[in-house]
Structures are given as structure tokens and as C-alpha cells.
Design a binder for this molecule. Sequence first.
Ligand code: FE2
Length: 403
Amino acid sequence: MAYNVFIAPREIYYGTGALNAIAGVPGKRILCVTDSGVRSQGLVDKLETILKEKGAETTIYDQVEPDPSRETIGKIAELANEFNPDLIIGLGGGSSIDAGKGAWVLYENPDFMKCSVMEVIPKILGCVLRQKARYAAIPTTSGTGSEVTRAAVITDNSITPPYKGAWNAPQIVPDIAICDPELTISMPPQVTANTGFDALSHAIECFVLINPSDLVDSEALWSARNIFTWLPKAVAEGKNLEARDKMHMAALQAGLAFANGTLGLVHSIAHIMGAEFHIPHGRAIAYALNPVFEFFYKTGRRARLVQLADALSMKGDTDKAKVSTLLSSITKLKQDVGIPTAIKDSDLSEEKYFAGLDAMIKSYENRIALIPPNMKPFFIMPETIGEVRDLFLRAWTGEKTEL
Ligand SMILES: [Fe+2]
């Protein structure tokens, strides 16, 4: 029988007030990596107060941008080289946590300091960490799951078009994740909805694409159930701590699932649409989910979709009817949280979308070309341009196809 491995942070602190757990985390010189939005919400002050009370020396980098650049993580690493932290904290959404991870890699591997994002990728599995510092991730959004994942996504703006690559290695999984729902209550409704859909896709796309696994499936299913139940409340009542806590845990569990499973075509299509039209990641995910899941049903993942529908108690007399109910439930969840069920109902114009269609198809072809031929059988993906075009068209129209 084949065996597997499940990798997770050594310590996960969770629940209201969990931020205080940082007081007990070893660290005398602490570098905190965050962004100006998190700073303006007062969360950096809150963290600094706890760190000062424990007698730690701290320094803050609060200029992380969305989709953090190689340049930014280089600056943070230089700051780390001067300050010599023994603990690095990533505080914020996925961008701040990833920027902190990237800077941690450079700080511990000075040989990488002059490398581009692409040059580090083939070396990353051999990178050394924890010789100088440990890493703690404190998410302030409930979506990316970066607090428990093994990747840091970094954008290289020195090349045209900018290259967005992932430094992916098991040792990059943070040592400590602190998931305090109080840090998420100021997330605006739209951000809550979008990031919630990101988490939902991590849970259900991972479930559909992997072979059955008791460990990964349980994380994915519990996460998906909580998102269907609690996302509308977290969006409608931002200060509802129970809803925030359920969503924060759901994002964490979805992160554990896909970090130990996989993601696929939903994310590929969403990344392409997001890059072409600057659609927020979770929103693009919401647009891609239904067309791609219909595609999965027809192309080899039917059994897992039926298992997912069963596990989520989707009603239906036949397997097809249950999966159909699952797809309708995803659509209803979008409606309940204010996400358009089709891109045509968003503020993106038809003219602009169709002008970008060929570029998106080209971008898809470029991505596929990067997959080594021996790996292709492991990917569920369209083989013809017509199928790819159809996915982008249905994301636009929101039309369902017969399963
Ligand atoms: Fe995602």
C-alpha cells in the first residue's frame, strides 16, 4: 500500500484572543512583516504591545503590496540581515504572510539574495530554514490558508510580462499559525465574500481532484460545510464573532487540505481571468467554479463529485441530480453573499471581456506548455482550444450545461 505525508505547522493557536499566544512563543528579536492596511486597523499596535510586554525587541516592515514583489521581499530580507531576528511574523492576508515567508527564505539562504524568482524555484527544495529564525503566521483574512501552506507566491516585475511564481517546499510551512477571529472583524463584506469563496474552492477543488484520503478529506469536508453554513452570516454581520471564527477555521482547514492535496483547473482559469482583468482572486474563483466543476463531472472526476455531494447532504434521486444540487448550492451561495453568478453581471464590459478572450486562451496554452509531458496524465484539463474557450464563455454567461 502506498503511504503519504501530512505536513502542518507545529503549533496552531485558534479561537478568540489567540493573538495573546504570541507572548509564549520563543523570540527575543522579532521582525513583523505586514501591510499599511493592517497597520491602519490598529492590529500592528495590538501585536507590538504584546511583544513589548514580553520584553522582545521588535522591528516592523509595513509596506507589503498586494501580490508581493521580489523587490519587496529583498528589502525585507535586507532589513532582517541588519536586525538579525530569531522570529519572523507574517501578519495580514496572504500577501503579507507570503512576503514574510519569501524574506525568511532569503535571510536564511544568502546565496539566493541575488536570484530572480524563477532562479530560486529549482533550488527551493534544498533551502535551509530555522538556522536563524522560526516563522509565525497570523492571518487577518479568512481565505488563502497561507498560514499553513508550503508556498510563497512572489511576483518578479523585472521581466515583461511580470512573472508570478511560487517557492514551494515542505520546510516553508510556518512553525506557528495563530488564527484569532477578532483580527478579521474589520474585513469589508465584499472581501469576506471573495476570500470565503477562495477558501471554499481550496476545500472542494482539492476534494474532487485527490484520491480518497481520510486525513485530507476530513479537513476539506468540515471546511466546506462550515463555509456553506457560515459565510452568509460572516458577510452580513461582520462583527459576529461566531461566524468569523467558523470562517477563520474553515480557511485554515481548507489550507491544510490543499497544502497536503492539490489544486487545479479552477485555480488556473481564475488566475488567468484575474491577471487579465484585475479581478480579485476569490472573485475570479467564484466565476470559474461552476463551469470547471461541470467539466470535472464529464472528464473523470464524477465519482469524487458524487462523494462530495453526498458528504455535503445534497439532495437528489440520482448521482447526477445530487451533483446538480451541489452546483445550484454554489450558485445560491454566490447570490447570498453578493457575488454575481456570471461575469456579465459584474462591472466588466462585454467589449473588454471578449477583447481579452484570445489572450486568456494563449495564457492557458502557455501554462499547459510548462507541464512536463509525463505529468500531464495527472492533470484534469481541457485538451482542445474549443473546450478552453467554452470555459471562459460560460464564466461570462453563467449558463449551465447539461451534466
Ligand atoms: Fe486560492
